[in-house]
Design a protein around this ligand. Structure first.
Ligand code: FMN
Length: 445
C-alpha cells in the first residue's frame, strides 16, 4: 500500500465492569462501575501509564429492547454515564491519553456535536476523538419522537452531511483569530471569522460556532459501521475505523476495500487507521488464560446467555434449553448478516450447543477473540499487522479491573518489547499518538 506506518496503534475500549456479559457478577467487580467516577478515573490513569493511544466509550441513547427478565440480569448499557460528559471529567485526571466517545448522527444536530467535541478538545488540550455512528440500537428512535429508526441508506446520507457540517463549523474561526488585544480593545480579528451558511438535504446551519477552532484542527474522526455504506462513510471521512472481521483473510480484504475506496475522496491510505475490536484473553500461560475464561463462563446466567445469543443471531431463543443445538438463523430478521454467518461457521466447525456458544462469545459480542499466553496472543496480533489485515487493535477487556490490568501489565509490555508499539508518549495530542496530520482550515487551503 506504500507509506504504511511501521508501528501498530492500540486503543482500549472501556465498558463499566468489562465486556464479558457476566463481568458485573465477578467478585473483583464493582457492580455500580458504570456510574462510579473513581472507578473510571483509576482505569483511565492505568491505561495512560500503559501508553494506549486512547480510551474509547461506545454509546447508545436508549436501553436495549430485550425482555425484562434478561435485561434485569444484565449490566450492559442500562446504567452508565453519558460518554462526552464522562470524558470531560477524565480529561482532568489524565494528561496524555486520547479520549474518544461515540455520538450518533441519527439523533443529534451537527451544531451540538461540533460544540461538544470542540469544547472537549480544548479542555483536554487536543486529545478528543468522535466515533461517528448511525445507531445500531433501534430503540433510540422511541426516545426522539419517532416510531422507527431511519431507513439504512438515509441514515448514512444523513451521517455524511452531518460530518461535513461539523467539520465546517470547526473551521468557523482561523487558528489565530482570537488576538485578545486588551490595550487596543480587540478580542478577535474580524477576518478570522467564517460563517458556514450550510443548506443541505438534512441540515441547515449558519454558524459560526461559539468555540474557537479545536487544538487538533478537528478532533479525530472514528467510524464503526460495517455495512457497505458504513465503509463508504469511513473512506470519505474517518481517520480511525473500528472493524469486526473474524479471520485474517477477511480482515485483509476489508482493509484493502476501505483503503482503496479512499482514493475516490483524494485521500491517501495512510490517513486512516483500521483497528479491529479484539478480545485478547491473555494469561502468563495458556492455562491461566483458559481459567480466566472458564471462571467467567460459569457466571453467565442461562436467561442472559439465551437472550445474548438470540440478539447476535436475530432469533428468539427464550423457550430453548441452553443445551439445545443452535437453530438455523438464516430465515430470521438478521438473515445473512456477515456476523451471523461467521458465528454459524464456528457453530458447525465445533458442533456447539447454545450454552457452549454463549460461553465462547460472552466476552466479545461476536468480534475477534484470541486466547493464549502473552506470547501466543502477541504473535497473532503481530501476524495480522504485518499481513496488512489492520493498523492496530482496539482491546475489549473481559473485566475491569482484572483482565484490564492483565492487558496493561502483560500484553502491552510484550508488544513494546517487540518494537510493535511505542513506549510511553512521544507527542501531546491524540493526532500525534496516532501519527495523523492536523487538518488545515478550509479557508487556509
Ligand atoms: C469496536 C466497535 C465499537 C462500536 N461502537 C458502537 C457504538 O458505540 N454505537 C453504535 O451504535 N454502534 C457501534 N458499533 C457499530 C455497530 O456494531 C453497528 O455495526 C453499527 O452501528 C451499524 O452500522 P452498519 O449498519 O453500517 O453496520 C461499534 C462497532 C465496533 C466494531
Amino acid at each position: 500500500m506504500g507509506d504504511r506506518q511501521d508501528r501498530m496503534h492500540v486503543g482500549m475500549f472501556f465498558k463499566n465492569t468489562g465486556h464479558h456479559i457476566a463481568s458485573w457478577r465477578h467478585p473483583d467487580s464493582q457492580p455500580d462501575a458504570g456510574i462510579n467516577i473513581r472507578h473510571y478515573s483509576e482505569c483511565a490513569q492505568a491505561a495512560e501509564r500503559a501508553g494506549f493511544d486512547f480510551i474509547f466509550f461506545a454509546d447508545s441513547a436508549a436501553v436495549r429492547e430485550t425482555d425484562i427478565e434478561p435485561l434485569s440480569r444484565s449490566s450492559q448499557y442500562t446504567a452508565y454515564f453519558e460518554p462526552t460528559t464522562l470524558l470531560a471529567s477524565l480529561a482532568m485526571v489524565t494528561e496524555r491519553i486520547g479520549l474518544v466517545a461515540t455520538q450518533t448522527t441519527s439523533y443529534n444536530e451537527p451544531y451540538n456535536i461540533a460544540r461538544r467535541f470542540a469544547s472537549l478538545d480544548h479542555l483536554s488540550a487536543g486529545r478528543a476523538g468522535w466515533n461517528v455512528v448511525t445507531s445500531g440500537n433501534h430503540a433510540e428512535a422511541f426516545n426522539f419522537g419517532r416510531d422507527e429508526h431511519f431507513e439504512h441508506e438515509d441514515r448514512y446520507r444523513r451521517a455524511k452531511e452531518f460530518v461535513e457540517v461539523v467539520e465546517g463549523l470547526w473551521d468557523s474561526w482561523d487558528d489565530d483569530a482570537f488576538v485578545y488585544d486588551a490595550p487596543e480593545g480587540r478580542f478577535f480579528r474580524p477576518d478570522g471569522l467564517h460563517k458556514l451558511n450550510h443548506e443541505g438535504d438534512f441540515f441547515r446551519s449558519r454558524g459560526p460556532l461559539n468555540v474557537p477552532r479545536p487544538p487538533q484542527g478537528y478532533p479525530v474522526i472514528f467510524q464503526a459501521g460495517i455495512s457497505d455504506s458504513g465503509k463508504e462513510l469511513a473512506a470519505a471521512t474517518a481517520e480511525g475505523v473500528f472493524s469486526g472481521e473474524l479471520t485474517l483473510e477477511k480482515s485483509q480484504a476489508h482493509y484493502d476495500d476501505i483503503k482503496s475506496r479512499m482514493t475516490r475522496y483524494n485521500r491517501g491510505p495512510d490517513e486512516l487507521r483500521i483497528m479491529p475490536g479484539l478480545t485478547a484473553i491473555v494469561g502468563r500461560t495458556t492455562a491461566e488464560a483458559e481459567d480466566k475464561e472458564r471462571e467467567l463462563a460459569e457466571l453467565v446466567h442461562p436467561v442472559v446467555g439465551l437472550a445474548y445469543v438470540g440478539t447476535l443471531l436475530g432469533l428468539d431463543l427464550s423457550d430453548h434449553d441452553p443445551d439445545d443445538k443452535v437453530p438455523d438463523p438464516f430465515d430470521g430478521p438478521r438473515g445473512d448478516h456477515g456476523m451471523v454467518r461467521g458465528i454459524m461457521e464456528l457453530v458447525h466447525e465445533e458442533d456447539l450447543t447454545i450454552r457452549q456458544l454463549y460461553e465462547k462469545l460472552a466476552g466479545s459480542y461476536g468480534k475477534l477473540t484470541i486466547r493464549g499466553s502473552v506470547t501466543e496472543v502477541a504473535d497473532t496480533m503481530q501476524e495480522w499487522f504485518e499481513a496488512q489485515a489492520c493498523d492496530g487493535f482496539i482491546l475489549q477487556p473481559l473485566t475491569m479491573p482484572g483482565d484490564f490490568d492483565d492487558l496493561c501489565e502483560l500484553l502491552i509490555p510484550e508488544l513494546q518489547d517487540r518494537g510493535l508499539i511505542r513506549v510511553g508518549y512521544e507527542g501531546e495530542t491524540l493526532r500525534e499518538h496516532m501519527e495523523l496530520n492536523r487538518p488545515q482550515s478550509r479557508y487556509a487551503r
